[in-house]
Design a protein. Structure first.
Length: 267
């Protein structure tokens, strides 16, 4: 997999927790609509700190099993610690590149969230995911389209973030508008036409209002490394967006999140 555009500092994992809480209700609703249930065997690809892995574990119960795969040993450490604290015995994690997972097959549910817009070969990855779905099983995907980001009133720092994030992702081999293309990618990967919905949270207060700011900060290293902006310009954007975020009455959106699922026919 290509170098990841977002780099959370070791002490900066709060962003991941807020991200998980922001999308939790939509993700749980999607998993329910897709038919995820007790006793199922699930794969969470690109699982990160394990937020959805744990949701899957809660849904399938101890009769089922969930495997989380991610290339980042640091965030998997957080996931393993949470599993240990909850004394879960039906969850396992593996460190692996999502394109080099070895033999994975016969899962009732294969899932990923906010992964495909970071890879240069999304159709190939979907094809691999589909191959891991057992007869009667389901593939479930959530991914973003950052082209729909907005704030009100206009803000220079937010506009910097809105324009810069897709450029960083593109430099790292991804596509920040992948969400809208997922239905086409499913077809190209040989996956039956999916069920689909779109959600887009907006915030005028609360912790999730800071996600744009934290993502800007977490991508600043990649932004500089790719020569897309100077440290001075990035600092100015962060300062502007921080003040805007803290200001009462301002509004900040999340990207549109496309949600798709498709079921393989029973044997």
């Amino acid at each position: 997999m290509e170098p990841y555009a977002i780099h959370d500092a070791p002490g900066g994992y709060e962003r991941l927790g807020v991200l998980a809480r922001t999308w939790r209700a939509d993700t749980v609703g999607l998993l329910e609509r897709a038919g995820v249930g007790r006793g199922m065997r699930c794969l969470d690809l690109g699982c990160g700190a394990g937020a959805v892995t744990l949701e899957l574990a809660r849904i399938v119960g101890p009769e089922g099993h969930v495997t989380g795969i991610d290339a980042d040993e640091r965030v998997l450490g957080l996931a393993r610690a949470e599993v240990a604290s909850q004394r879960l015995t039906h969850v396992a994690f593996r460190v692996a590149d999502v394109f080099d997972t070895g033999d994975i097959s016969a899962f009732d549910v294969v899932y990923c969230r906010l992964l495909l817009h970071h890879v240069s070969r999304p159709v190939e990855l979907l094809r691999r995911m589909w191959a891991a779905v057992a007869p009667g099983g389901t593939i479930v995907v959530q991914d973003a389209d950052f082209d729909g980001l907005f704030c009100d009133p206009p803000n220079d720092g937010f506009e910097f973030y809105r324009q810069m994030y897709p450029r960083i992702v593109a430099r790292r081999g991804g596509d920040a508008t992948a969400g809208r293309k997922l239905h086409r990618y499913f077809g190209e990967a040989g996956i039956p036409a999916p069920q689909m919905s779109v959600v887009q949270p907006v915030h005028v207060d609360g912790e999730a209002k800071s996600l744009a700011l934290w993502t800007l900060e977490a991508t600043s290293e990649a932004c500089r490394a790719e020569g897309l902006a100077s440290a001075q310009d990035i600092a100015a954007a962060v300062h502007s967006l921080a003040a805007f975020t803290a200001q009462a009455g301002t509004l900040i959106s999340q990207p549109r999140l496309f949600q798709l699922w498709s079921r393989r026919l029973p044997a």
